[in-house]
Design a protein around this ligand. Structure first.
Ligand code: COA
Length: 177
């Protein structure tokens, strides 16, 4: 009997930070794919709050013990990275119509660059329609609660990062004064 071909998808993103919306896409992805590789991007044009290493480490912690999920960081073009994993499918989440244009543009550019790769979209759960990493960082930075919107351990890390920043800002003001 021939060996069953494993279905593997790469779920790329900046994940700064990884949210419950991202988590729900991975969970639903696992109902369609045998394995999901969560791939945190170094080069996404954003100026992240967490370094690539920190983002990878936090997401690994979220999926600790889940053998069907692996977490990696990558730099350079997504279409160059995906084939190195053995996968030929990119998984992306869509929240609203507003995401469509950007996602469509990326999917078409990726296809132009590497026609052998496919992009599969999954609809985000309605509970996470309104969240994004940016809005979560904004709320946390200004002291609002992000409880229930990100995994617990990420909640703690985001709060800690803003505490450190506030502390450093006070110190440098003190030094300047
Ligand atoms: N639930 C909640 N929020 C979601 C979500 C979901 N299911 N899916 C996406 N989002 C949010 C994210 O939080 C993020 O918010 P932000 O813009 O405020 O940070 C936004 O939607 C999209 O971010 P994310 O899913 O992390 O992807 P991205 O758009 O940051 O990632 C890459 C883009 C990494 C896939 C792309 O830049 C890339 O491929 N980079 C590598 C270099 C490359 O190949 N470039 C050419 C691409 S054509």
């Amino acid at each position: 009997m021939g060996q069953k071909c494993e279905r593997v998808a790469v779920y790329p993103g900046t994940f700064d930070p990884f949210t419950n919306g991202h988590l729900s896409i991975v969970r639903r992805g696992l109902e369609v794919f045998d394995r999901v590789i969560v791939a945190a991007a170094q080069d996404s044009g954003k100026n992240p709050l967490f370094s690539l290493e920190e983002r990878v480490e936090m997401i690994r912690e979220v999926f600790r013990g889940q053998t069907r999920v692996t977490v990696q960081g990558f730099s350079g073009l997504l279409v160059d990275y995906v084939p190195t994993t053995g996968a030929n499918t990119i998984l992306r989440g869509l929240r609203a119509v507003s995401d469509f244009e950007y996602e469509f543009q990326m999917a078409l550019m990726n296809r132009k660059l590497k026609p052998s790769l496919h992009t599969v979209f999954m609809m985000t759960d309605y509970r996470w329609l309104y969240i994004s990493s940016t809005i979560i960082k904004d709320v946390a930075r200004l002291g609002g609660s992000i409880e229930g919107l990100v995994p617990e351990l990420i909640h703690a890390r985001v709060a800690q990062r803003y505490d450190e920043r506030a502390h450093n800002a006070v110190e440098s003001q003190g030094n300047a004064g």
